[in-house]
Design a protein around this ligand. Structure first.
Ligand code: PEP
Ligand code: MN
Length: 443
């Protein structure tokens, strides 16, 4: 694989790309990005691929989560810490329940670009370009803010770099010690009405840790955490500028993140995004919505994972709670029968979005949980491995999704509705989900 064939996507249709008003400014931003140091090391991408291979074999579980859209003004110690803390708390519970390693991947340090259903937005008779994520334009509804600005691609790089730096500091510097993470879970169980239901499970984990402690076992693995970054590879000019030839292997890696995925709106088989993804060695995810055909899934495997390399390809199904039990079985059965063994994970968010009477875009916690349940049921019936979950969450106490143990009502949505795009599970709802998925392992 050589750098020269990285650009083949440019002759194909590419959906969801920004209309940059100034081509010279774009060229100059991309040239600068090309000279920047990588955000991740290609060897780390290979390591993640090996971890995901274990998921594909049924020997590990993948937890992927974070914001729908990161925002430049969300790059603060508090936001990053709360998000990481929530993911690690979820992972600890899932590790105990599933009795397998949990591979932890954030939708973080690069998740700044959004596909949209319309390219413009009209308010009070004024029509402007739609918000496409902080990497492209501003959220504020003014002509200046909505004008796509390629300087933002550089800001995305710097925002990703400082986020990833803090994540690395927390996960390797002792903050994320398993005993500490467990203590946070005990706080949730003890001090919140929502958490009290999980007392039994939390006690069991506590006993397991106390037993190890009594035996004098204090493994290094408790002290540090392997944590990976991921985002949707949407703005192909940015991803291309961040793609480098790895000096060890001579192969291409998109060093903007460890794993990248292709979204439901850009996974057309003969279009640019799949072409780009086929050229880089990173682990690749593809979202599969309810209209996905067996042929499409098989062709995606052929295009993205011709060598059937375990851990290379992750199918992220997002069918909707009402459809997963009807649509997933055939895909799963035929892909398995073809001999391919991708990782299968469940995104229980994107098939369950609706507009509340208050006008807020929201999701019901019960639908989210039910889609995960359906996903587990389908895998159990076919004897395949429900490899993990992909969720939109934040570590803050926002009110964006309704329901959960500490129930958010439709009338509460306005209180802290802070997302720049889709509604996220808040901290308590995220922990709820982890404990309830953990309980599915006992049923
Ligand atoms: C997303 O993950 O935020 C998203 C837009 O998902 P999908 O491509 O599945 O619609
Ligand atoms: Mn989303």
């Amino acid at each position: 694989m050589t750098a020269s064939n990285l650009h083949t996507w440019q002759s194909l249709p590419a959906a969801q790309q920004p209309e940059w008003p100034d081509p010279e400014a774009l060229r100059s931003a991309l040239a600068e990005l090309t000279s920047y140091p990588p955000l991740v090391f290609a060897g780390e991408c290979d390591q993640l691929r090996a971890r995901l291979a274990a998921v594909a074999r049924g020997e590990a579980f993948l937890l992927q989560g974070g914001d729908c859209a990161e925002a430049f003004d969300g790059v603060s110690a508090d936001h990053i810490r709360n998000k990481l803390k929530t993911l690690l708390q979820m992972a600890a519970v899932l590790t105990y329940a599933a009795s397998v390693p949990v591979v932890k991947v954030g939708r973080i340090a690069g998740q700044y670009s959004k596909p949209r259903s319309k390219s413009t937005e009209t308010r009070d008779g004024v029509t402007l370009p739609v918000y496409r994520g902080d990497s492209v334009n501003g959220f504020e509804f003014t002509p200046e803010s909505r004008r796509p600005d390629p300087e933002r691609l550089k800001r995305m790089y710097h925002a990703s770099a400082s986020t990833l730096n803090l994540v690395r500091a927390f996960t390797t510097g002792g903050y994320a010690d398993l005993r500490q993470v467990h203590a946070w879970n005990q706080d949730f169980v003890r001090n919140s009405p929502a958490g009290q239901r999980y007392e039994r499970l939390a006690k069991e984990i506590d006993k397991a840790l106390s037993f190890m402690n009594a035996c004098g076992v204090a493994p290094e693995e408790f002290k540090t955490v392997e944590f990976y970054s991921s985002h949707e590879a949407l703005v192909l000019d940015y991803e291309t500028a961040m793609t480098r030839v790895d000096s060890r292997t001579g192969e291409l890696y998109d060093v903007s993140g460890h794993m990248v995925w292709i979204g439901e709106r850009t996974r057309q088989l003969d279009h640019a995004h799949i072409e780009f993804a086929s050229k880089v060695r990173n682990p690749i995810g593809v979202k599969l919505g309810p209209t996905t055909t067996v042929d499409e899934a098989l062709t995606l495997i052929e295009r993205l994972d011709p060598d059937r390399e375990p851990g290379r390809l992750t199918f992220i199904t997002r069918m909707g709670a009402g459809k997963v039990r009807d649509h997933l079985p055939l895909l799963l059965e035929k892909v398995t029968a073809s001999g391919a063994q991708p990782v299968w994970i469940c995104d229980p968010m994107h098939g369950n979005t609706f507009e509340a009477e208050t006008g807020h875009k929201t999701r019901r916690f019960d639908d989210v949980l039910d889609e995960v349940k359906g996903f587990f049921e389908v895998h159990r019936a076919l004897g395949t491995h429900p490899g993990g979950i992909h969720v939109e969450l934040t570590g803050d106490d926002v009110t964006e999704c309704v329901g959960g143990g500490d129930e958010v009502l439709v009338d509460d949505l306005h209180q802290r509705y802070e997302t720049a795009c889709d509604p996220r599970l808040n901290r308590s709802q995220s922990l709820d989900l982890a404990f309830l998925v953990a309980e599915m392992y006992r049923e």
